[in-house]
Design a protein around this ligand. Sequence first.
Ligand SMILES: Nc1ncnc2c1ncn2[C@@H]1O[C@H](COP(=O)(O)OP(=O)(O)OP(=O)(O)O)[C@@H](O)[C@H]1O
Length: 446
Amino acid sequence: MAKAKILVVDDDETILFAIRDFLELHGFSVDEAATCAEAEARYRADVYDAVTLDYSLPDGNAIDLLPRLKAIDPGVPIVLLTAHARIELAVRAIQLGAEQFLVKPLDLPALLVVIQRALENQRNRRKQLARDSLEQPQRAVDPFIGQSAAIRRLEEQSRLAAATESPILIRGETGTGKSELARWLHRHSSRASEPMLELNCGGFTREFLETELFGHEKGAFTGAVSAKVGLLEAANRGTVFLDEIGDMDVQIQPRILKALEEKRFRRLGAVQDQKVDFRLVAATHQQLDRLVQEQRFRSDLFYRISAIQIFVPPLRERAEDIPTFAQRILDRLTGECGREPMRLSASALTKLQDHSWPGNIRELRNVLERALMGARSPELEAADLDFAASPQGQSQEPLSSLTLKELERHHISQVLQEEGGHVDRAAKRLGIPRSTLYQKLKSLRS
Ligand SMILES: Nc1ncnc2c1ncn2[C@@H]1O[C@H](COP(=O)(O)OP(=O)(O)OP(=O)(O)O)[C@@H](O)[C@H]1O
């Protein structure tokens, strides 16, 4: 877990030393400031998890400084330390947004408890925000199934990348498991105990993406009846995963760059920036350098996010992994629907390994899901595997020569292919529920 960073503001060197020593001993990283001006400059420049603030400083007092710090970033807990145990001072400090008020001589263990509790509250608030914006909980999968050289290389690169703080760009064809890898990277980073928030940049309007990413203030535009916390804010200290980043509107790109470089962003309709600290993982199936040449993607953002690139190999380049992979997916599918475990016969495995998998793991999963529904024995045979939804299985005949049933089959195959084997999206495009699409696929096989 990353060390929480505390700013200790005090002009008494003995106290500074005592607090720093004690907090570092308990696993915190500490920065110091001895004046209001120095504290404000540091607070503006860096992202802190908490602040301890002495009441009297050479160039002012905490009651003057508190509102200035809160204006820069209102979310950071500030603990006020004072030699004056005056009740009106405590009330004023709390009114101005201080988390706690401790009287000197300082009880260091008490300070530790106050800081730990404040950090825990912060973390819980962020996790709640993340849960609120996730549609469904994600189940962890192992992105490195198999023994091929390609997958071992992927694991090695991913372990190295996870240990850094830099943005990561995941490249690869559709359905290769880029999103699953992004989740793995978060789980194996120093930010694992913080939230990860995901957004697919494809197919949304600029306005929608803007409010999702940056949030907005109440009244920022017609219909903004309440304030909204954006994804960057909710993912503070954690990871932001932007899928299909190549589709991001060019006008939004500089704002993402600013958030990455300056660690600040502004909600729509807000008058000031907020600070934020997140790690970006982005994914794309497109050639971003080509989009840069075509001026559809900003070169500065490209250079910022592409220092660490991970390429996820397509399934056809690791055919030797397909038997293990297919069995794992089958185990998962039977487990999910409470069925007895199933095996793949030798002929089924050969058929799977001979296929070119343009839709990659997603297509494999869908082929197995369909096979499972039609299966009558615990061993799947080659005949149970239907690649009709894949480009290889498509009819080349003119449409007018097809029967109505063949035409329906052709159309469903086409849509499934265009959606990279994504059943949910295909069902949506076809205007039918997912269950109906499955029934149709089953009946169209016979
Ligand atoms: N290692 C894995 N084990 C089991 N299932 C996996 C694995 N990797 C991916 N999948 C499944 O394959 C499907 C596609 O994966 P994912 O969404 O991560 O691919 P992607 O490369 O991000 O696709 P796209 O480019 O379309 O966004 C999902 O249903 C996912 O759960």
